[in-house]
Design a protein around this ligand. Structure first.
Ligand code: NAP
Length: 469
């Protein structure tokens, strides 16, 4: 064990040992900030529950957004850095606990994102044919937790609840020609299901108006520019929203102007269509033999809340939309990790600028940090995590200068490796990931695709073994 003469981590002869839990953008950007810090030796172990790194870049970003996925090239460079280790296939919480991490590391950063979805809380939500959009995203992206999901694409109309960027992603994947997805890294079973799909219409429900849509301009534009797809929006609603943009931010202004343009453009009679329904809130799902066959929608009107923000209230007027598949795309929600404080309502680890606190507004838990969605909630684009990571990394570095720790043999890479080995955990290191990566890229190349993903942990581990023999 180094540093026996100097118990201060971060001093020149005692590298600071930091564990980061979660290998999505927030985890990698934090690692980058810490490794870049001048004059302070830092060793980082980055834990990931899957054998593959990059979190939502691999499992969340849509297959037809390959450009966005290129951010992983920057993360690949971090994987190569000395003083950085990728420990894949290690489940923090079961293979090693949060308490154990605190014993083995000077500082621990939680960057494990928001693993579940929010619920609508309406009747019929659990009928067959009603799914969270996150499951559909995980399914087409080969997320091991969702590969065995099934979606009924024999229905002609799908209803997507919510008007955010995830709603845009699932709508695009459902409605665009499968031929346009064929050379991406979409999973083969999803491509095959989409080729057989009878879906001709996707209806999106926004409970507020066009000015409150949560999607970005570029995302709705991508859909409107798809070949063979019409986008329908209520002309009166769109023109009214565009006529008064007072108080709107630049993004909302751009959205309402574009929606008005779409409304004016009208339809071409294309074979497939996307219908944007504003001022329409989900009220209940109706089923037959346990399967959804319709969604009851309540018309809403905008209200001004006490804090000045715009809300929606029901008008008591309803309509029923027939559908065999409902995807709720109303946001993600974080989950608790044993031994780490958690704010159930917000779905985040309570923190002050990244320093974890014992409950909201409570005292700081020394040496424990949060970053990304589990710190701030499921908002923002991938790049948002860069500034978020800087905020947390700055706190980590600030605290490191005063953090006194007893040197102990437990605070070493060898001790962590021995603990995991004693529990039979097959840790996937960077060399193993390189084998998985090479195999996926090579199979993709043969098929004329960006990548052919391995979709189960077993297949990923087999790839590591096969390449060894
Ligand atoms: P989001 O942006 O928060 O959008 C959620 C949508 O669901 C909103 O339209 C919201 O309406 C609606 N909603 C919430 N609760 C509802 C309820 N009970 N009933 C009906 N509607 C409800 O979430 P997201 O789409 O999951 O995206 C998460 C984050 O990832 C966002 O920051 C997004 O920009 C990002 N992302 C980006 C991309 C990209 O860049 N291409 C792709 C995917 C995701 P209200 O506004 O009325 O609450």
């Amino acid at each position: 064990m180094e540093g026996s003469q100097n118990p201060q981590p971060g001093s020149l002869n005692h590298p600071l040992r930091v564990a980061i839990v979660g290998s999505g953008p927030a985890g990698f950007y934090t690692a980058e900030q810490l490794l870049r810090a001048q004059g302070r030796p830092i060793e980082i172990d980055l834990f990931e529950r899957f054998p593959t790194p990059f979190g939502l870049v691999r499992f969340g970003v849509a297959p037809d957004h390959q450009k966005i996925k290129r951010v992983s090239a920057a993360f690949e460079r971090i994987l190569n850095l000395a003083r950085f280790r990728f420990l894949g296939n290690v489940n923090v919480g079961t293979d090693i606990s949060a308490e154990e991490l605190r014993r083995h590391y000077d500082q621990v950063v939680f960057a494990y994102g928001s693993a579940t979805d929010r619920r609508m809380g309406i009747e019929g939500e659990d009928l067959a044919g009603s799914h969270p959009a996150t499951a559909f995203v995980g399914w087409y992206n080969g997320h091991p937790d969702f590969v065995s999901e099934r979606f009924d694409l024999s229905t002609e109309r799908v209803v997507v609840v919510g008007m955010g960027n995830v709603a845009m992603d699932v709508t695009r994947v459902l409605i665009r020609s499968p031929d346009e997805l064929a050379d991406t890294d979409i999973t083969p079973y999803a491509l095959s299901a989409l080729r057989k799909s009878r879906v001709r219409e996707v209806v999106l429900l926004g409970r507020r108006g066009p000015a409150q849509a949560a999607f970005d301009h570029g995302e709705i534009k991508d859909i409107a520019e798809l070949a063979g797809v019409d986008v329908l929006v209520d002309r009166d609603q769109a023109l009214a929203a565009a006529a008064d943009t007072t108080g709107l931010d630049a993004g909302a202004r751009k959205n309402v102007q574009y929606l008005a343009e779409l409304a004016e453009r009208g339809v071409t009679g294309a074979a497939r269509r996307v219908v944007l329904r504003f001022l329409a809130a989900p009220a209940a799902l109706a089923g037959e033999d346990g399967r959804v066959h319709a969604i009851k929608v309540e018309h809403t009107e905008l209200t001004r809340r006490d804090d000045g923000s715009v809300g929606a209230r029901g008008t008591g007027r309803y309509e029923v939309i027939q559908t065999g598949l409902v995807l709720r795309s109303i946001g993600y929600h974080g989950t608790a990790l044993g031994g780490v404080p958690f704010d159930e309502r917000a779905g985040i680890i309570p923190n002050m600028l990244g320093r974890v606190t014992e409950g909201k507004g409570g005292p700081v838990l020394p040496g424990v940090y949060a970053v990304g969605w589990i710190k701030r909630g499921p908002t923002g684009l991938i790049g948002t995590n860069k500034s978020d990571a800087k905020e947390t990394a700055d706190r980590i570095l600030e605290d490191a200068s005063t953090l006194a720790v007893e040197p102990s043999p437990e605070r070493s890479a060898e001790a962590v490796d021995a603990l995991l080995a004693s529990r039979g955990v097959r840790v996937v290191m960077v060399a193993d990931w390189r084998k998985i990566d090479a195999l996926e890229l090579a199979s993709g190349k043969e098929l004329g695709k960006a990548r052919e993903k391995l979709c189960s942990i077993e297949a990923m581990l087999a790839a590591c073994r096969a390449a060894n023999s």
